[in-house]
Design a protein around this ligand. Structure first.
Ligand code: FAD
Length: 58
């Protein structure tokens, strides 16, 4: 991974829409370019959708 990649990803994430009703983005590009990042992004996306629907998440 080239130097500065994580900083660039962080900057890109901050530029993503915080909330588009019924839509949550997931994928390694939204977190960290790894399997762990991909999984974490999926969990975060589901939590965002559940929170938007008024369901509590842990
Ligand atoms: C050579 C290589 C080695 C790696 N080694 C490691 C490692 O050792 N450890 C580690 O943690 N990570 C590693 N990674 C990174 C890891 O593979 C990725 O970060 C992870 O797979 C990303 O998961 P994802 O679900 O975000 O995206 P992806 O795994 O890319 O999944 C996206 C899916 O969407 C599909 N898709 C794309 N466009 C469309 C469309 N229009 N319609 C329908 N489907 C579509 C694609 O076919 C793909 O199946 C490696 C990556 C590469 C390339």
């Amino acid at each position: 991974m080239p130097g500065g990649s994580l900083t660039a990803i962080g900057r890109a994430r901050r530029g993503l829409p915080k909330q588009v009703r019924g839509l949550a983005l997931a994928g390694d590009y939204t977190h960290m370019p790894s399997v762990n990042g991909a999984v974490a992004s999926g969990i975060a996306a589901v939590e965002d959708l559940l929170t938007a629907k008024g369901h509590a998440t842990t």
